[in-house]
Design a protein around this ligand. Structure first.
Ligand SMILES: [Fe+2]
Length: 211
């Protein structure tokens, strides 16, 4: 993690600077109840630390570092109530991240397959805000278990890496991760038994059949 953060700070000082100046809150009276830590860089560092403490892989670690990089460009203040909003920051972040990731790829830090997955994780990093549910998650991403596991890991880091009035209970994230890991184990077992993998609908049907 240290290597990626240091590399980013050295190579993208202006993006780093924008993150440090971009507050989640309006001012000291109008605080943001979802991000009491205030600026986007502090939040990012907290998210990265959670990824590091959990030993999450390179793909999740770099996604954690870049997931909110578009917030300074997305930042808007609602003049009616001084609430700071970041609508659409996921896609803006992904677009900026693509450029950063291309430099990383050029320097041999990541492969192009990893770059694509990091971009996809950033685009969808708010997906689980709409509910933590294993089948819906797998259905939405074509049964790609490894991608879904990484998306939950990133979302978990994003949830824990902040001071929030209403943090989602971390047990829910651990629960869904456990379910995905056991699905993955089942799939590996099945491939070794039958020599072929099932698609997601077959997996779901099979889970229902077996209770
Ligand atoms: Fe975030």
């Amino acid at each position: 993690m240290y290597r990626y953060i240091a590399w980013f700070q050295r190579n993208y000082p202006s993006l780093h600077g924008k993150m440090t100046l971009c507050n989640h809150n309006f001012d000291h009276r109008d605080l943001n109840p979802y991000h009491l830590e205030s600026d986007c860089w502090s939040h990012t560092m907290m998210v990265c630390k959670i990824a590091e403490l959990n030993g999450y892989d390179k793909i999740v670690s770099i996604a954690a570092l870049l997931h909110d990089i578009g917030k300074p460009d997305a930042r808007r203040v609602n003049p009616r109530n001084n609430h700071v909003q970041f609508f659409g920051h996921e896609n803006i972040s992904a677009k900026i991240a693509e450029e950063v990731l291309s430099s990383m790829a050029k320097e041999g830090m990541i492969e192009s397959r990893e770059k694509d997955e990091i971009v996809k994780l950033i685009v969808h990093h708010s997906f689980l805000h709409r509910g933590l549910e294993t089948t819906r998650l797998l259905d939405s991403f074509g049964g790609e278990i490894d991608f879904c596991i990484r998306l939950v890991e990133l979302s978990r880091c994003d949830n824990l890496g902040r001071f929030c009035e209403d943090t989602v209970d971390d047990a829910k994230y651990r629960e869904i991760l456990e379910a995905l890991h056991s699905r993955r184990q089942m799939e590996i077992f099945r491939i070794s038994e039958t020599g072929h993998s099932m698609n997601d609908s077959e997996c779901i049907l099979d889970t229902f059949r077996n209770g």
